[in-house]
Ligand binder design. Structure first.
Ligand code: HEM
Length: 387
């Protein structure tokens, strides 16, 4: 799906793009090298369009808060140690019955109409509901939580482009911060079994997070975990419908493993995250040229996943291929904390869909060309009308 990236890999593996003011790397080897070397390629103070995080007014007061993705060791190491206990594989696998129940309900409701928007009916509500439940957001505030999530997501894309944030997004961010602080304090005094309770209590030598840190982490989960998973589900359906033989293969064996294989191949074939940013800490020779110290580097993981040097016949969508080494969840110290959760949600949702609606096709109102979201670093359909 990325002819332009193929051209970059062959003709300009190190490419300066004026619009983002960044050096773009597109070959697998170079992308993996950058992600593997956080001392040379920092996650702190990255300029996008020449603007530093504090100039971008990204999410208002949050722009100055250090979190997992925008930190380097040793701060990153400490933060990751504090929150990773909430994402242990055992904790995640215990969520399967709930993910299945929720998926089944959404699929039933969605397919009750002859034509429906898959993004609206399943791909978008599933991840945000799961995160809300994991965090322990009270039922009465779930609608607000979804609104905050949508608003923060569009605000992030907008502020990366323009350095500004809309009034509505600023208001949402304020509401969310107030609520998160309130709930963190409640759970500190009276813990329940949820993620916020876990984070505000110290245990076995692991210190507790402050209400501000809890808030920052919750916002990160919303931004890092929602639209990405939504896009993965949307991209999976698109790939299946556009590859009838593979869809038929899945229909003949809609097992959990086969659904997982479709999700993994979609991660490679049409990665929800197109690129990641870093700041070079010194001059580095890479991609056949020099990346100067202090410049911004954008590594195209979507392109790396299509590098024929790593994945033979990369333009073929083939759930039965070996997808080992796909970079869609990143690589190295920042490797996606939510990968186990995604690897639960996506296959289970696909399986429930195959069970109830194994023969989906584009609805009549589906345009020839899919309208992808407005972000330059995330990719997925904005709407996907099916029947
Ligand atoms: C980090 C992709 C789902 C939470 C990352 C990174 C990528 C990524 C590429 C690395 C960022 C970097 O190196 O700068 C994805 C994709 C997803 C997904 C493609 C789904 C298809 C989730 C979910 C959650 C989550 C469901 C949580 C509920 C995080 C967090 C980090 C992260 C907290 C930061 C880790 C760190 O910096 O140490 N994700 N993600 N992600 N992701 Fe995900």
């Amino acid at each position: 799906p990325y002819p332009y990236f193929a051209e970059l890999r062959e003709k300009a593996p190190l490419f300066w793009t004026k619009s983002l003011q960044a050096h773009v790397l597109s070959r697998y080897e170079d992308v993996a090298y950058v992600l593997k070397n956080p001392a040379l390629f920092s996650s702190v103070d990255i300029r996008v369009n020449g603007m530093r995080p504090q100039d971008r007014n990204e999410l208002g007061e949050l722009s100055s808060v250090t979190n997992l993705v925008n930190s380097d060791p040793p701060i990153h190491t400490r933060l990751r140690g504090l929150v990773s206990r909430a994402f242990l594989p055992k904790r995640i696998s215990e969520m399967e019955p709930r993910v299945r129940e929720l998926s089944r309900g959404l699929v039933a409701e969605m397919t009750a109409q002859g034509e429906f928007d898959f993004m609206d009916g399943l791909a978008s509500p599933l991840p945000v509901t799961i995160i809300a439940e994991m965090l322990g957001i009270e039922i009465s505030r779930r609608r607000d939580f979804k609104r905050w999530s949508d608003s923060l997501m569009s605000a992030t894309a907008e502020s990366l482009r323009t350095g500004k944030m809309s009034e509505e997004a600023t208001r949402s961010a304020g509401e969310m911060f107030a609520y998160m602080k309130e709930i963190a304090e409640k759970r500190r005094l009276e813990p329940k079994g949820d993620l916020i309770s876990l984070l505000v209590q110290s245990s076995e030598g692991v210190e507790a997070l402050s209400p501000a840190e809890v808030n920052s982490f919750a916002v990160l989960l919303l931004i890092a975990g929602n639209e990405t998973t939504t896009n993965l589900l949307g991209n999976s359906l698109l790939a299946l419908i556009r590859h009838p033989e593979q869809y038929e293969w899945l229909r003949n064996n809609p097992s959990r493993e086969a659904c997982a294989a479709v999700a993994e191949e979609t991660l490679r074939y049409d990665s929800p995250v197109v690129g990641l940013m870093r700041r070079a800490t010194q001059d580095v020779e890479l991609g056949g040229g020099k990346v100067p110290a202090e410049s911004t580097v954008m590594v195209l993981v979507a392109s790396a996943n299509h590098d024929p040097r790593k994945f033979p016949n990369p333009e073929r969508f083939d759930p039965q291929r070996d997808t080992n080494g796909t970079l869609s969840f990143g690589h190295g110290i920042h490797f996606c904390l939510g990968a186990p959760l995604t690897r639960l949600e996506a296959p289970v949702a696909l399986q429930e869909l195959m069970e109830r609606a194994p023969r989906l096709g584009f609805a009549s109102r589906q345009p020839e060309r899919i309208d992808y979201g407005s972000s330059f670093f995330l990719r997925g359909p904005r709407s996907l009308w099916l029947r």
